[in-house]
Design a protein around this ligand. Structure first.
Ligand code: PLP
Length: 398
């Protein structure tokens, strides 16, 4: 009985995350097996159109760590101090142009501690209604940190300055016992809007307004390099508009978890103690930070290549009868894939996986498959990927 309840909770979690975040051929119930742990039938590493990153199996992850260690012996950290973890923190501080950076075990903790410390005694934090901070952090701000999250821009991908002003005047006009506004947060790219980016002009306007009015500005930049690749605004420029920036180590930097928070030294120096208070101080973290450093090196050049390779691939796939792949407005690495009714998605996905180790996601309720490109398309000759799809589409016609 207990097992059944657990399974149901897991199924619900997966549904809310979007089943398209799992490859088609995997059982929806299994989180512990989102990538095969045994070598693929044809010994090729997967080309996945599902995740932001390479989705390593445990075996592949261990091999990657070994490979990294052979060329650059990994220095361990001690409770997050020194070694590979310090090296990654220093690199991120430089890349973002901030005084300091610190490793945290999760992005959730990075977001929460940033908005808590930035806000000081002010209790209100203004956040996008569709953001991870508002919808996916289990009310941590309210229940743990004594901050009240005020959502902005319901029904929109992102909010702009006029939305922010409207919320501020609503609060101003309708609250008698006013408490202070500490921080405004932005998520970019936006996960719940399929990787849409917030236009740089909107960010600039919000940043200027927040500075003028004494509000701090936090960026949930879990996937900020993807935004930088597609908008051609550098990470340094993005970071310059914010007081703090959080970046994920596992979305596209291929670690098994972890986060980096960058900002002024005065704030970052307070974080280690806060991590400990909240039970997040981990003895060693080099297994994540060494892999993230490895993939951070040269990331801009590789993602440029991902974009040009994906453009060729998508244009070729769009020539196949019954396949339509379209860009999302202000989008990044996620496209909408539609199959004509005569093509059977299950047959296609199973064939691509079995014969070519190519992973495809599930269709959503509207019949759209979120077609996500990432560095895995650089691991195989593009002609091979195209011909696998041609074969698959022919085979899956009914
Ligand atoms: C936009 C965004 N912010 C924050 C997080 C939280 O990251 P973590 O899983 O490390 O807590 C996620 C994770 O899905 C995310 O997509």
């Amino acid at each position: 009985m207990k097992k059944l309840v657990e399974n149901n909770q897991r199924r619900d979690f997966l549904k809310k995350c979007g089943l398209s975040t799992l490859p088609f051929f995997l059982p929806t119930i299994s989180l512990s097996n989102t990538s095969p742990s045994t070598p693929q039938n044809n010994n090729k590493s997967p080309v996945n159109f599902v995740y932001d990153g390479l989705a390593f199996s445990p075996q592949e992850y261990l091999e990657k760590l070994n490979e990294i260690n052979k060329t650059h012996p990994i220095e361990p950290d001690f409770y997050g101090n020194g070694g590979a973890t310090k090296a990654l923190e220093d690199t991120f501080a430089k890349l973002t142009g901030k005084e300091k950076a610190i490793y945290l075990p999760t992005g959730t903790m990075a977001n929460q501690l940033a908005i808590k410390l930035l806000s000081e005694d002010n209790t209100k934090v203004l956040v996008p209604e569709n953001s991870h901070i508002y919808r996916d952090e289990a009310d941590a701000a309210q229940s743990v940190h004594g901050k009240r999250l005020v959502p902005i821009g319901k029904g929109k991908a992102y909010f702009d300055l006029s939305d922010l002003k409207e919320t501020l005047s609503y609060l101003n006009e309708n609250e008698v016992f006013k408490s202070g506004i500490g921080t405004v947060a932005i998520e970019n790219p936006i996960r719940r809007a399929d990787g849409t980016t917030v236009p740089i002009e909107t960010i600039k306007e919000l940043s200027t307004y927040c500075k003028e009015n004494g509000y701090k500005l936090h960026l949930d930049g879990a996937r900020i390099h993807l935004a930088a690749t597609y908008t051609k605004v550098s990470l340094t420029e993005y970071a310059s508009y914010f007081d703090t920036v959080y970046i994920s180590l596992y979305k596209y930097l291929n670690a098994t978890g972890g986060a980096i928070l960058c900002g002024d030294a005065a704030l970052i120096d307070k974080i280690a103690h806060q991590i400990k208070i909240h039970g997040g101080t981990v003895f060693q973290n080099w297994n994540n930070t060494a892999v993230a450093s490895h993939y951070l090196d040269g990331i801009d050049q590789r993602w440029k290549k991902v974009v040009s390779t994906a453009n060729v691939l998508i244009s070729e796939l769009n020539k196949l009868e019954g396949i339509t792949i379209t860009k999302i407005k202000n989008g990044t690495n996620i496209y909408d894939l539609k199959l004509a009714a005569r093509i059977n998605l299950k047959k296609l996905a199973v064939f691509l996986n079995k014969e070519h180790t190519i992973w495809l996601g599930r269709a959503n309720q509207k019949g759209i498959i979120k077609f996500t490109v990432n560095e895995s398309i650089l691991t195989r000759d593009i002609k091979e990927i195209i011909s696998a799809w041609k074969e698959g589409v022919d085979m899956a016609r009914q």
